[in-house]
Design a protein around this ligand. Structure first.
Ligand SMILES: [Zn+2]
Length: 105
């Protein structure tokens, strides 16, 4: 019988996710398709090991089409003082990704 959660494996997965995000960042400007692929792989790993992405990681991609978001390229960042949100408008699918600020717990 396999153990439910192998901590060694989980740590390796976490490291790989970190790596995939940094690779995505490096490639986003010149090879957006590659960056999107890295995000796809990172999400798959996170799902398989039931890992939560860090808040920074979650802000780096669109939650609808899962494309890597590069401000000034395929994404517009603006703040909405009314809703106290930072809005990331994805240029690929027009989805607005909102992340609250000011209500940190
Ligand atoms: Zn999108």
């Amino acid at each position: 019988m396999r153990k439910h959660k192998d901590l060694g494996q989980v740590n390796i997965a976490k490291e790989r996710i970190k790596l995939l995000f940094s690779e995505a960042k490096k490639n986003a400007a010149k090879h957006p398709a590659r960056a999107n692929r890295y995000i796809f792989l990172a999400r798959k790993l996170a799902m398989r090991y039931n890992l939560r992405m860090s808040s920074e990681q979650r802000r780096e991609y669109c939650h609808k089409c899962y494309h890597y978001l590069l401000p000034g390229k395929n994404c517009t960042v603006r703040t909405n003082s009314k809703t106290k949100c930072v809005e990331y408008l994805c240029a690929d699918c027009k989805h607005i990704n909102r992340y609250g600020y000011g209500n940190k717990n």
